[in-house]
Design a protein around this ligand. Structure first.
Ligand code: ADP
Ligand code: ZN
Ligand code: ZN
Length: 749
């Protein structure tokens, strides 16, 4: 494509607010084929045509002005691709592979620069060497220049000293400092005072030595890299097998060679414990990013990274864009997590993007999980990734014993409580032994909706096609648009008084626990109890300190923390997550069950797990109970292949939204028609399904429909997207309709 493109959009000032300010230039004949996004170029700028350097952000066939009025690019700058150039190249890659505009992609990879003044700090240094300074000190004392002597003496003990210490603690005035500066006795230096999210952290505990398995994995990965094998590495290590230690050892070796590391972690697993482990290893050369940080705090971390003040940055998805000058490795822990896929445009997947970025700078990639995504495991089996396996827990702690309980049978035996007989018996046993228990409610996709038991009517939001949720203040709330109304007394459809909430929330479980185990101390972790700042950390540390016997929670409790005293995990209604309309439902269920089970027996005592389910025969329940990933994978990949789902085929979902349903329908029909005419010749390789209502077909009075396209070859979908983007930009019918592309969607569709 580059050979024929004529124009380049060039950016001169790279800062978040100025990203949309690009200038168009003509690509001269001799530079055709050399101009790509990210390439630094020299251009004539302004009236005087002075030489200015900029970056190509986009190449295009369309001139924004009369072509003869566009100036030509002068030359390509050969002095290597800077970090800015790399990130622009990455943005272009994201745009191509996941859709959206170049500007949206640029805003994703280039951080917001804060507008507030940079924080600065002044330091006072001793200028002459110590011997000279001592002689000068004597002179000052003889002349009774006491203030100067005082500062000199202090600086001989410690240099530099903060400016404020000198003026406030030593009582030295600014004029004395100036005079000493003029006599070249001291030097005043102004340095950026970076905001550091870890500045109160203290090293504690000891650094562990790797066991033989961990050491073998580290050696295999590093040796591969030395031999030039830069395929991504996938570590399949059971929960508690010590993956984090492996990551740190690899990072240490990378850092020793003068390169830097990015560690991606799902935000929810970025706990104090995890950060502390990295801090113990890398001290002030490590920093973190998280969504609670201010824009200024975030951009400071990026600046520190760019200026060589950091070696390691840990954070969620967006940490991937840390502008390290010489990136050596990207680690992605819990690589199966859905949170790695962006839910706003560009809907990029951090795994694919990490691999693309690593390729651009010759860095390694390490993916890790106890339950790898079906995509990654499939690639590992094909040899596209290197597979490394850690089958055992650290210090040969045994994996827990798992019992599966059929809830239908419990009911037949007259047990109507939410606890099966087996689970109740084990809870009593643990309470007696003073060991801890986690009760996990699998409620993915199941909201606290209100329904009528007489006619089945579900109370819905008048603006959105979703059910309202009953909150404990007695209000019905829409989680999409925020609409609220009081709880109804009678069914609005049939008038029946038998109307109520779906009773499986964490609060309900807490009530049952209190009733059935009156002596037990209970903590509950859900959206309600973790809303306030640090709520999440507080509950976890209270539980870690054994301030409670039982922790009740949703998927939030299955991540990150190690509780050595937990010897029983109860999974209530394991199959609820099987009911979501998403081809990944069995995979999600398997992952949740396995991760939840992995919480039991992290200490020296054997753990036990009870899985309660209405579908004990479902393969994701059976294989999770057996803790047999391989068996799950075999089943799952077979189905994906049969049904043409990712990773065997790929899927592009086109979302259309507009204020009138008819417009949405018309737009989707036009897109479908366009695709069908384009793919006529190889109809067997491309499948078009829909248009259909989106799972949520109306939000805030905006109608939404989806069109699905499946193809075995991802590139095929990318070219369909590119074709449609041109069509959409040229066709007036799309002006009032919002179209978004989503490749291999993660969260329902
Ligand atoms: P994973 O990330 O695979 O779940 P972790 O790295 O969190 O496992 O390790 C689990 C626990 O075992 C942690 O408490 C960790 O400190 C400990 N651990 C890991 N490696 C070792 C080792 N070589 N020696 C002793 N303890 C270890
Ligand atoms: Zn009713
Ligand atoms: Zn609503």
């Amino acid at each position: 494509m580059d050979k024929n493109t004529l124009y380049a959009n060039i950016i001169i000032d790279i800062s978040h607010e100025k990203l949309d300010r690009t200038f168009q230039y003509r690509i001269p004949e001799e530079l055709k084929g050399e101009i790509h996004p990210g390439i630094p170029v020299e251009i004539p700028f302004g009236r005087g045509n002075r030489s200015v350097n900029g970056y190509v952000v986009e190449v295009t066939d369309r001139a924004e002005l009369e072509p003869s009025r566009l100036k030509p690019i002068r030359r390509v700058l050969r002095d290597g691709i800077s970090i800015e150039g790399q990130l622009i190249t990455l943005a272009a890659w994201i745009r191509e592979n996941f859709g959206g505009t170049m500007n949206q992609a640029l805003k994703t990879v280039i951080p917001v620069k804060q507008k507030t003044a940079d924080k600065e700090k002044r330091l006072i240094w001793l200028k002459p060497d110590a011997a000279t300074a001592k002689a000068l000190l004597g002179e000052l004392q003889r002349k009774h220049q006491t203030a100067r002597a005082r500062l000199m003496e202090a600086l001989l003990k410690q240099s530099p000293l903060p400016y404020e210490t000198v003026t406030q603690k030593l009582n030295i005035t600014a004029s004395v400092i100036r005079a000493m500066q003029e006599r070249e006795l001291i030097r005043v230096e102004t340095v950026r005072n970076w905001r550091n999210p870890l500045d109160r952290m203290k090293k504690q505990g000891s650094v562990v030595a790797l066991n033989p398995t961990q050491q073998r994995i580290v050696d295999e990965i590093l040796t591969g890299w030395q031999q030039g094998d830069l395929r991504p590495c996938l570590i399949h290590g059971v929960t508690g097998s010590g993956k984090t230690e492996v990551y740190m050892e690899i990072i240490e070796s990378v850092v020793k060679s003068g390169r830097q590391a990015i560690v991606l972690i799902p935000e929810i697993a970025l706990t104090f414990q995890t950060v502390l482990r990295f801090y113990n290893h890398f001290g002030d050369r490590v920093s973190i990013l998280n969504s609670r940080m201010s824009a200024g705090e975030r951009s400071d971390q990026f600046e520190r990274a760019k200026n060589g003040l950091l070696d390691v940055v840990i954070g969620p998805r967006s940490a991937l864009f840390t502008p390290f000058p010489n990136l050596g490795v990207i680690i992605m822990d819990e690589e199966h997590e859905a949170a790695y896929k962006s839910e706003s445009v560009p809907r990029y997947h951090a795994r694919e993007t990490a691999i693309a970025r690593a390729k651009m700078c010759g860095a390694g990639v390490v993916l890790g999980s106890a339950t790898p995504s079906v995509e990654s495991y499939d690639r590992a089996k094909q040899g596209i990734y290197r597979l490394l396996v850690m089958k055992e827990r650290v210090s040969a702690r045994p994996l827990p014993t798992v019992y599966t309980v059929d809830l239908r049978e419990e009911l037949r035996n007259g047990n109507r409580s939410i606890f099966s007989d087996k689970l109740r018996e084990l809870i009593n046993d643990r309470l007696e032994k003073k060991e801890q228990i986690m009760l996990f409610l699998n409620r993915r996709g199941v909201a606290g909706f209100v329904s009528c038991r007489s006619c089945g009517e579900v109370i819905k939001c008048p603006h959105c096609d979703v059910s309202l949720n009953l909150h404990n203040n007695g209000k019905l709330v829409c989680h999409y648009c925020g609409y609220e109304q009081p709880m109804v007394k009678n069914c609005p459809s049939c008038g029946s008084p038998y109307i109520g909430g779906f009773k499986a929330g964490t609060q309900k479980i807490e009530q049952s626990v209190n009733q059935q185990f009156p002596g037990a101390r209970v903590l509950r972790m859900d959206l309600d109890t973790t809303r306030k700042k640090d709520g999440y950390e507080q509950i976890l540390s209270a539980f870690a300190n054994h301030e409670a016997d039982i922790l009740i929670g949703t998927q939030m409790i299955v991540k990150g923390h190690d509780f050595p005293n937990v010897t029983l995990v109860g999974i209530l209604a394991a199959d609820l997550s099987l009911h979501i309309s998403d081809y990944r439902a069995p995979e999600r269920t398997f992952q949740l069950l396995t991760q939840a089970a992995g919480r039991a027996g992290r200490g020296c005592r054997q753990g036990e797990v009870v899985i309660q389910t209405y579908q004990p025969e479902h393969y994701s329940v059976v294989t999770a109970a057996a803790q047999d990933y391989e068996a799950f994978f075999e089943q799952e990949i077979f189905l994906r292949e049969m049904l043409h789902y990712p990773p065997k085929w790929h899927m592009l979902v086109i979302h259309a939204a507009a204020s009138q349903e008819m417009l949405v329908k018309q737009a989707q029909d036009m897109l479908k028609c366009k695709i069908l005419t384009k793919t006529e010749e190889d109809a067997a390789e491309v499948q078009v399904i829909g248009p259909a209502d989106a799972v949520v077909s109306k939000v805030n009075d905006i109608f939404r429909k989806v069109l699905y396209i499946k193809a075995a070859d991802y590139r095929r979908l990318v070219s369909i997207k590119n074709m449609l983007e041109t069509y959409i930009s040229e066709e007036p019918a799309f002006r009032t309709v919002t179209i978004q592309f989503d490749f291999d969607p993660m969260n329902g569709f």
